[in-house]
Each structure stands twice: as C-alpha cells, then as structure tokens.
Design a protein around this ligand. Structure first.
Ligand SMILES: Cc1cc2nc3c(=O)[nH]c(=O)nc-3n(C[C@H](O)[C@H](O)[C@H](O)COP(=O)(O)OP(=O)(O)OC[C@H]3O[C@@H](n4cnc5c(N)ncnc54)[C@H](O)[C@@H]3O)c2cc1C
Length: 291
C-alpha cells in the first residue's frame, strides 16, 4: 500500500523549507503525529510523504516580546500549559489546551498541528482566535503574517500554500482581558468537541462607579465549517456595556443564531446552536463573578 512512501527528517527550518520547495509528491508534516498518523492509517492515500519536523528546535520555543508572545508551531501542548505568563493571563487558552486529548496526546501534539489540521473542532483555535492571534507562514522565498481568523477556508482547508509551513503563532499581550473556555463532548476527556465557546472580556469603571464591558471577544468551535468569531453577539455586548440579565439573554440568543452547525454522528444542528447560547451564558456569569 505504502510503496514508494517517503519520510524525510530535515534537521533545521531552512532544510525543511528546501525540502517542501523541491519535493515531488503530496506530503504532510509530522509534528506530533497525533492527527496525521491516524489519518494515514485510515486512508493510505492521505499523503505520499511525511516531513518529520518534530526535531526542529527553532520551531519549539515560546518567546516574550514587548507586545506579543511568539509561540513556535512545534511547541507541544504540554509545554504551552507550563508557561507561566499563559497561566496568569490566558485562562481561556489554558482551559482549552488542558482539555485536548489526554496527557499522552498533549505530550506529543503541537499547537501548529492543531492549527494545521484545520478542524472546526480544534480546541486551541477558539482561544487563539479570540486573542486575535496571527500565524507566520514561511516558504523558501516568502514570509507572510495572516490573521488566524483568515487562515481557515473550510474543514481541513487553509490558505497555506504547498511550499509553506506555519512557523509561529503570534499572540498579542492582553493583561486586561479575562477569558474562559467551555465545551461539550461525548465524554469529559478524549472526546472531540461538539460545541466549544471561548469568551474574553475587558472591563472598565463607568462614571457612576459600576463596571462596564469595554472589550468582547467570542469564538465558536465545531458549529461552522471553521472556528468563527461571533461578531454580532460581540458588538451587542460592547454596545450595551452592562451585563444585565436581559442583555446576557439577548447575547446568548444572538450567538445561537450566529452558529451554523451541521448534524452529524456527534450531535445535531438545533442542539449545537442552543448550546452555544448556554455555554456563553455560563462563561459570562463566570467571568463577571470572578471580578
Ligand atoms: C486520542 C486523540 C484525542 C484527541 N483529542 C483532541 C481534542 O480533545 N481536541 C483537539 O483539538 N484535538 C484532539 N486530537 C487531535 C490532535 O491531537 C490535535 O489536533 C493536535 O494538536 C495535532 O497536533 P500534532 O502535532 O500531533 O499534528 P500532526 O498530526 O503532526 O499534524 C496534523 C496536521 O497539521 C499539519 N501541520 C503540522 N505542523 C504544521 C506546521 N508547522 N505547518 C503547517 N502544517 C502543519 C500536518 O501537515 C497535518 O496535516 C486528538 C487526537 C487523538 C489521537
């Protein structure tokens, strides 16, 4: 079945860029292998070569800059979860990544692999999108930065060209945002999300001393062909500023309408839409109470 199948193991990013520029057959990257090997086992024509990037140290670093954190695409979920600034200020990201697979999966699987896989249910994507992350895409001759929101074009589809690799995820610093993430799956662990919601809120003091919302980001997973931002619900909450019961109820209704889920073996359209509203309501309550 896998006759003439190639496995290449570039030792550096430059070597990897050379390989993908010159390879003569359809290939996939092997980062942690937790997606690609499962797919290849189910469908041997999924790729005719694997380019193993798991040993490229340049891709496996997290760096702090003045206004951003730069996460190498080869950073494993386990390493991201241990990074103190994320634990401090990116609760939604930590909650989502902690729920990916199992400890064994998180020890191997990478952030770049979760993004490169382009599943609408990819759990790290919602929080990264809510924090306005960007990805750096490199080829031998080019280097471009794309908003994560614009990276996905459909289930398993992205704007990545055949000779490009995701090198970095650029995460703006956002000390002022409180965030959370919730999902529903078939089981509590080792289950693909049926619905996931990320919420990030910024608060400021009103002139009358009460709290008002001054920043809102909502991302929805597994309820559209790609992970999406719920822009209408975000705009509504931002315009209304105060989280009264009526405002929260309307935001939950709007978010359920923005979802465009399908019915599949895991769940159905109506349930997924409704649960977007329920999870958003839970997250608003949690973040508002945590202040
Ligand atoms: C038992 C089990 C449970 C799981 N549970 C979850 C879960 O709860 N939530 C969840 O979101 N996922 C889950 N997954 C899926 C998987 O673990 C994640 O998507 C993981 O992050 C993939 O990372 P990886 O490094 O293993 O990717 P790989 O399998 O190595 O690669 C996946 C895809 O991304 C591409 N890719 C990898 N790196 C790059 C790069 N640098 N540039 C461009 N493309 C790249 C590859 O070409 C390939 O198409 C689970 C998988 C298993 C087997």
């Amino acid at each position: 079945m896998l006759r003439n199948f190639k496995v290449l193991m570039p030792a550096s990013l430059n070597e990897a860029l050379y390989v993908i520029n010159n390879i003569d057959r359809p290939f996939r990257f092997l980062a942690g292998g937790t997606d690609v090997l499962v797919r290849l086992k189910d469908n041997p024509s999924y790729a005719q070569a694997l380019i193993d990037i798991s040993k490229i140290g340049e891709l496996a670093k997290i760096e702090e800059h003045k206004s951003t954190f730069v996460i190498g695409s080869g950073v494993r979920h386990e390493a991201l979860l241990a990074y103190a600034p994320f634990i401090e200020n990116y609760n939604g990201l930590i909650e989502a990544v902690s729920a990916i697979g199992s400890p064994q999966i998180r020890a191997l699987a990478t952030v770049g692999g979760n993004i490169g896989n382009a599943s609408p249910a990819g759990d790290s994507i919602g929080p990264l999108m809510a924090f306005d992350a960007e990805v750096e895409l490199r080829s031998q001759d080019t280097n471009r930065i794309v908003k994560l929101e614009d990276f996905f074009t459909g289930p398993g589809k992205t704007v990545l060209k055949h000779n490009e690799i995701i090198t970095k995820i650029i995460l703006p610093k956002s000390d002022s945002l409180k965030s959370g993430w919730k999902r529903l799956g078939q089981r509590r662990a080792v289950a693909i999300s049926k619905v996931s919601v990320t919420l990030a809120l910024g608060f400021a003091k009103h002139s009358n001393g009460s709290d008002r919302v001054n920043d809102v980001r909502i991302a929805l997973g597994a309820v559209a062909p790609t992970v999406i931002r719920a822009r209408k619900a975000e705009k509504f909450l931002l315009e209304n500023q105060t989280l009264t019961k009526a405002v929260v109820k309307e935001a939950c209704r709007l978010v359920a309408k923005e979802a465009r889920p399908i019915t599949d073996i895991r769940s159905n359209t109506e349930y997924r839409s409704e649960m977007c509203g329920v999870l958003l309501g839970d997250l608003i309550e949690k973040l508002a109470c945590a202040r």
